[in-house]
Ligand binder design. Structure first.
Ligand code: BES
Ligand code: ZN
Length: 635
């Protein structure tokens, strides 16, 4: 058993004090156990995956095979259990070296909500302890939760269809039969067959397209990922894509119509990589490119290795939202190099990454910008925490029985970030940076749980300055709700001038035309709008809207904050633009609060239902699932 903070007693106590589900109360959670996978990882481990898939836009289906190289961990194990979700499995065979493929027996086990269905495969006994290569022939379901199939009308160019994947948290299983757990790491190769006028990209090195088309006339793109990654980092996109080089190792892929805007917005990409390297050690993945997705992308960004997937809502025209890029890049250290072993440990990915992100922002865009982003982050986590059960305010959370897409809250991001900030304040920046570099080195290409991190923290940082932090303080951060009273918060006055302006404006002592908006950054606008009182007279909203064209703002974050004010006050002139926004943008973080706000009043609910009826088909399955739970049909 591991020593240190990871004692079962601590974890059990944490689970009991904040128990929020029957399961948590009845059986204490076991650190390191992935409750979101059927895979029997102690018996077998997938080491390598080789996929060969045809992309069929008209059937909305991927079909082909996955070859899995499987290592037997337990000599007595006979059955391999993989994760699947809505996959049609045609056959499973053993690719025996120097022999004909041998068919293996397989069956689908009992499906479970959220998790999908186990695929049980009878493994060949004859193979003994040697690695076995299995070929699984299959095709995906048009409703696969990890894929979004876009019609030409949903793209910027309007001429070609588009496909992209989003595997995190547990959607990889909807397009590849896998041990879909972040604690299983493997290398992968892929051959992707696409219509000859489209381009395929993946989170892997490009090996180019075959000189000749396949029998069906498809172009075949090949990829290779030589580093062992978890399944949630496999990623694929297919569309009418162009590339703009930013430096020898960085660049951006988009549809042709978006290329110039993206090239401008992300011009700092090489400097961002170089900054992160200076702070936290070498970038270990070769290239770093961005793929700018269509606006239906469910997340702001997704840290797919070598190729982050990014929402186009980051393109504000003034580079003011590029902290998302710093964030996704930072995952190349925290998350992709050192990975959360289970979704309970999600804060190891996101809290560390948010800390790294702010450090990069500070170097590239200055301390004031960094402090503003900290302050906005603090406001969001405080607001979100007010509605969370106490146990969900811990850093290490009990996600059993729930969709991990829903349990990852601002707590993991901002409270996680504040925990590292606290360590920085007690040990000094230099010591913390050295610790982080050694941590990334030590656990490189491994998946770890919260307690493994805490043990390492104890041995390599806390011992350096005995008494600088107490075990109780660490325990409070990780296993207790709320923000500790001893947290180190961003300076309270970064937004003081904005607060002053808002108050004067609300009091009527500052006319709208005199608001000092000329000097305001996006972050100042967000703070101005996010802290409006519950009720603002309609005439004042009209003035604001007319003076600054807020309803038509092309900055997706500012528009979002404005629409929330408009909805709270039932300011109907904003609704046509609100509708357009909700129909085009599918980023969950931007649309979900708007639907929630609308559903709070009968008139708003009416609008939410009619807009969602138009918008739903264009949303990603992940966004659909979230909004389905909010916008209930009229009874
Ligand atoms: N890894 C996350 C996205 C994610 C989280 C996907 C949980 C599935 C489940 C990504 O790095 C992220 O955090 N994106 C943020 C942007 C970031 C700047 C906070 C987002 O999507 O808003
Ligand atoms: Zn992240």
């Amino acid at each position: 058993m591991r020593a240190g903070f990871g004692s079962a007693a601590l974890v059990c106590l944490a689970a009991l004090t904040g128990a929020h589900s029957a399961q948590a109360a009845s059986e204490s959670i076991k650190p390191g156990v992935d409750y979101h996978s059927f895979a029997n990882v102690a018996d077998f481990r997938v080491r390598h995956v080789d996929i060969d898939l045809v992309v069929d836009f008209s059937a909305r289906r991927l079909s082909g095979h996955a070859d899995l190289t499987v290592a037997r961990q337990n000599p007595n194990a006979r059955q391999l259990i993989l994760d699947t979700e809505a996959l049609e499995i045609a056959s499973v065979s053993w690719l025996k070296p120097g022999a004909e493929p041998a068919k293996l027996e397989f069956r689908g086990g009992k499906a479970k909500p959220i998790l999908g269905q186990p695929l049980q495969i009878e493994m060949p006994a004859a193979a003994g302890r040697r690695d076995v290569v299995l070929r699984i022939e299959y095709h995906t379901n048009p409703k696969a939760s990890g894929l979004q199939w876009l019609l030409p009308a949903q793209t910027a160019g309007k001429k070609h269809p588009y496909l992209f994947s989003q595997n995190e948290s547990i959607h990889g299983r909807s397009w590849i039969p896998l041990q879909d757990s972040p604690q299983v790491r493997f290398t992968y190769n892929a051959a992707i067959h696409v219509p000859s006028n489209l381009i395929a990209v993946m989170s892997a090195a490009q090996k180019g397209a075959d000189a000749k088309p396949d029998e069906a006339g498809h172009k075949v793109y090949r990829f290779e990922m030589k580093e062992a990654i978890p399944s949630y980092l496999i990623a694929l996109a297919v569309g009418d894509l162009r590339f703009h080089e930013i430096s020898a190792r960085t660049g951006v892929y988009t549809e042709p119509a978006v290329l110039d805007a993206a090239a401008y917005e992300f011009a700092d990409l090489e400097r961002t990589v170089a900054t992160c390297e200076t702070l936290f050690g070498p970038y270990r993945w070769g290239r770093y490119d961005l793929l700018i997705l269509p606006p239906s992308a469910p997340y702001g960004g997704m840290e797919n290795p070598r190729l982050s997937f990014i929402t186009p809502t980051v393109i504000a025209g003034d580079r003011s939202l590029v902290s998302v890029i710093a964030h996704e890049l930072a995952h190349s250290w925290s998350g992709n190099l050192v990975t959360n072993a289970t979704w309970r440990d999600f804060w190891l990915n996101e809290g560390f990454t948010t800390y790294l992100e702010r450090r990069i922002v500070e170097v590239l865009y200055g301390q004031r910008r960094e402090q503003m982003e900290d302050a906005l982050g603090l406001q969001t986590v405080r607001r979100e925490m007010a509605d969370l059960a106490p146990a969900d305010q811990h850093l290490a959370i009990d996600a059993r029985g729930r969709d991990p897409d829903d349990t990852g809250t601002e707590v993991a991001y901002e409270k996680g970030k504040l925990f590292l900030q606290f360590l920085e304040s007690r040990f000094g920046r230099e010591a913390l940076d050295a610790f982080l570099r050694s941590y990334f080195d030590h656990f490189a290409f491994q998946s770890i749980d919260t307690e493994q991190f805490l043990d390492y923290l104890h041995a390599h940082l806390l011992v350096k300055k005995p008494g600088a932090v107490s075990e109780q303080e660490i325990h409070t951060w990780v296993y207790e709700p709320g923000l500790p009273g001893f947290a180190v918060l961003p300076p309270a006055d970064v937004f003081a001038p904005v607060d002053k302006a808002r108050n004067a404006w609300l009091a009527g002592t500052m006319p709208t035309a005199q608001l000092p908006v000329k000097q305001w950054s996006t972050q100042e606008w967000l703070h101005f709008l996010d802290n409006m009182p519950d009720e603002v007279p309609r005439a004042r909203l009209e003035e604001l809207d007319h003076a600054f064209a807020l309803s038509g703002s092309t900055n997706a974050e500012i528009a979002h904050s404005w629409f929330r004010v408009a909805i709270h006050n039932d300011y109907a002139p904003a609704y046509p633009q609100l509708e357009r926004y909700l129909v085009t943008i599918g980023r969950r973080k931007l649309v979900k609060p708007l639907y929630e706000d609308l559903m709070k009043s009968p008139r708003g609910a009416e609008l939410a239902r009619s807009v969602y009826a138009k918008a739903r088909a264009g949303y990603h399955p992940i966004t659909q699932t979230s909004i389905d739970a909010i916008v209930t049909p009229r009874r």
